[in-house]
Design a protein around this ligand. Structure first.
Ligand code: F0G
Length: 457
């Protein structure tokens, strides 16, 4: 059989609210043309993020009831610790309330002002945390990553020559660690090959620099490696994940992705002194080291989620169902990034809205039109998120890609939701020149996309 079906039955459902176009036009205007400012109840299909939006399994919900809410040494912590350690293999397992808290703790423990943190491509909160420590977040993606049409199988890879040059030039004093983001979310949810990771590891070792992994979507990466990297076809996703973590000194994870969590994160590492620093800081802002800002029931649900995420039937369905959306959008002529990502399909804003200039935010304008026309919420990862004015000249620089991410929550939407999306996007593409450009009304300096407001031009 070629048809891949959802490897679950649906036991609990949530209604979604249908709205009219005129109503949506009013709502998005009131939200300052920023989809982040909409009320979620006014969204029909929410593809803003795959983060914290997963449907938990019956086993996870049962785990919620089992949660031990003791302040210190809760049973749920030990269950969490052993579930993380089984896959990651590191000695220290420190829970945090979500991924960016783990990033902040890592930066706080290891990064000093004036330093540089290179990687394949930092996610925006990671970049913000590195910069808040006074350091420079340096993205070194492979050249293929900027070519939307290249079918290079591992566009998440780091550019090894550029990494070597950076490590050689700045050395251990200026580089606290290398950070590899797996999969590479900001550049299309593309996987990193183990060959690339191993080479990055060897380079880092040569300069005595640690290597960390931002492993929010490690299971999806493992599936891509199994499918695409020579020598991995016979290995299980679990074995592949174990190998991934063995190539690093530690990892930070947003467990709102590949742990089926609605909240949660973790920092796991080998070094005793670093772990001590992280725990000291954790107590100041997150909580006691055995709960780190989470309830016992969250720890329980995450421990079970991690057991479920590496299931082959799930991963096969997950990657195939995302590709299904990509393939059908491509057939409808919609310009999307290839190969299709693991957690999301990325539409090329500049090609979709070729009538708009960078200053008019083609990708962002498309995301606003998607809401007004289809009731679908998506997230721009492009000109608004990364574009910025030069502090001296005021001249704007734009990122090389202006994408709109259609992120697919885990186990939430069915194929017919996706068919609606594809049909709507095809119709919108046919009359793409009606999409109006936007300009900023208010732009906060840090992470502008979350709260900025816009007006039509
Ligand atoms: N790292 C990556 C690769 C991420 O994608 C995210 C979050 C984080 C770190 C931060 O984790 O949200 O738990 O604090 N990405 C979400 C997204 C927000 O929509 O892609 P967090």
């Amino acid at each position: 059989m070629k048809t891949i079906i959802e490897p679950f039955r649906i036991k609990v459902v949530e209604p979604i609210r249908f709205t009219e176009r005129a109503e949506r036009e009013r709502l998005i205007a009131a939200a300052g043309y920023n989809p982040f400012r909409l009320h979620a109840d006014d969204v029909l299909i929410d593809l803003l993020t795959d983060s914290g939006t997963a449907a938990m399994s019956a086993r996870q919900w049962a785990g919620v009831m089992e949660g031990d809410e003791s302040y210190a040494g809760a049973r749920s912590f030990f269950r969490f610790e052993s579930s993380v350690r089984r896959i990651f293999g590191y000695k220290h397992v420190i829970p945090t309330h979500q991924g960016r808290a783990a990033e902040r703790l890592l930066c706080n423990a290891l990064v000093r002002p004036g330093q540089i943190v290179p990687g394949n491509t930092h996610f925006d909160t990671t970049r913000a945390n590195i910069e808040a420590s006074g350091a420079v977040a340096l993205d070194l993606p492979v050249a293929e990553a900027s070519d939307l049409d290249s079918d290079f199988p591992f566009k998440g890879n780091v550019d090894l020559a550029a990494l070597e040059e950076t490590l050689a030039r700045h050395g251990r004093e200026k580089i606290p660690f290398v950070l590899m983001t797996v999969t590479n979310n900001s550049r299309g949810g593309q996987p990193v090959s183990h060959e690339n990771l191993r080479a990055a590891r060897q380079l880092a070792e040569r300069f005595s620099i640690p290597l960390f992994i931002d492993c929010a979507r490690f299971a999806e990466n493992a599936w891509f490696v199994k499918q695409r990297e020579p020598g991995y076809a016979e290995k299980s996703p679990f074995e592949i994940a174990r190998e991934l973590f063995s190539l690093a000194d530690g990892a930070v994870m947003s467990m709102k992705k590949d742990a089926f969590g609605n909240i949660g994160g973790v920092i796991a590492l080998e070094d005793d002194a670093w772990a001590e620093k992280v725990r000291t800081n954790l107590i100041l802002t997150e909580g006691f080291p055995t709960y780190g800002g989470l309830a016992g029931r969250d720890l329980e649900a995450l421990a079970i989620g991690l057991e479920e995420i590496l299931d082959e039937d799930y991963l096969r369905y997950r990657i195939a169902s995302t590709a299904y959306v990509g393939r059908h959008l491509t057939e409808a002529g919609v310009p999307v990034l290839k190969p299709y990502g693991g957690h999301a399909i990325y539409v090329d804003g500049r090609r979709f809205c070729a009538h708009l200039r960078d200053e008019q935010f083609p990708g962002w304008s498309l995301s606003v039109a998607m809401y007004t026309e289809l009731g679908v919420r998506a997230c721009e990862i492009g000109n608004v998120m990364f574009g910025h004015p030069d502090p001296d000249t005021g001249v704007w620089s734009w990122p090389d890609l202006d994408l709109v991410r259609l992120a697919i929550p885990r186990r939430v939407y069915t194929q017919s939701h996706m068919d609606y999306l594809v049909e709507g996007m095809a119709e919108l593409y046919a009359r793409r020149e009606t999409i109006r450009g936007l300009r900023f009304r208010e732009r906060p300096a840090v992470l502008p996309h979350f709260t900025a407001t816009f007006e039509p031009v």
